[in-house]
Design a protein around this ligand. Structure first.
Ligand SMILES: [Zn+2]
Length: 276
């Protein structure tokens, strides 16, 4: 449904705007930003360049050609296999998020970008911190396997806190599963472009998000495995300025480029042309 709406109408036709897109003060500079202005600039602050966090419902129409998005496996659902109740019921948490209109931490499907067919997957940090769950891993792996078998390039947009601890070892197994699927794309010669947004951490950063043929980060995005507070507590080290920022990771060879959101679509179109 989303792809059938005009690109700039998605947010206002999709029901209540996500909280972060309500008129608000920019987390970067504090300036008040009307929704219309944010939307017109791809949710980047016009004053300081802060890149707002976006859900999959916004990322998909930002990347896909209008009207081209076909979502796959949106009916795959999580189950509370561990009867997790601390600090609150996992099952109730998932059901509440589904009722609010979110559909798991990863949505995937096919679309075109600059008229070239791609597989696209977007994390949704609003769903249990964008954690890699059984459902998320299954959607990612199935899409990658189809991308490999059809020779279709794969684009990933990640924003994740890591593996979903409420699903225990079955969530951890998703790391190996999606990594194997990335390997199948590699063996098939299918290009994999990974876009890392704020924040990308834990098992997601340690697996597929940093396995792209090209790893592209958004300016200012926090990227790492364990957060700086935990590292500091464990090592008593003074962390360098800008630690774990996209720019820091670029300087240390963890990502290949840091790209403004307004330049992302043209860049991906260029890469698709180069790799085709
Ligand atoms: Zn700002």
């Amino acid at each position: 449904m989303i792809a059938e709406m005009p690109r700039d109408e998605v947010a206002i036709q999709g029901g209540p705007l996500p909280e972060i897109l309500l008129p608000t003060n920019c987390p970067g500079c504090g300036i008040a930003l009307p929704v219309a202005e944010l939307r017109a600039h791809n949710y980047v602050c016009t004053d300081c360049g802060h890149h707002f966090r976006l859900g999959a419902d916004i990322w998909i129409p930002l990347i896909a050609d209008q009207g081209s998005w076909i979502e796959r496996w949106s009916d795959v659902r999580s189950h509370d296999l561990l009867n997790w109740t601390v600090p609150k019921s996992y099952q109730e948490t998932v059901e509440t998020l589904l009722e609010e209109g979110l559909n798991e931490a990863v949505r995937t499907g096919t679309c075109t970008l600059a008229k070239k067919p791609i597989w696209l997957a977007a994390f949704d940090f609003g769903f249990v911190g964008g954690t890699l769950s059984i459902v998320a891993g299954e959607r990612l792996a199935r899409g990658m396997e189809q991308a490999a078998s059809t020779g279709t390039p794969y684009v990933l947009v990640s924003a994740s806190g890591g593996a979903r601890m409420q699903e225990g070892v079955l969530a951890l197994m998703q790391l190996a599963k999606v990594n194997a699927a990335v390997g199948r794309m590699h063996d098939a010669g299918v290009p994999f472009f990974s876009v890392l947004t704020d924040p990308t951490f834990g098992g997601t950063a340690a697996s597929l998000a940093l396995l792209g043929d090209i790893n592209i980060a958004e300016p200012g995005a926090a990227i790492g495995f364990t957060g700086p507070r935990v590292i500091k507590q464990a090592t008593y080290a003074d962390l360098p300025p800008g630690f774990q920022s996209a720019e820091f990771q670029l300087a240390h060879g963890q990502v290949d480029m840091v790209v403004q959101r307004t330049e992302l679509r043209p860049l991906l179109a260029h890469l698709l042309e180069m790799y085709s």
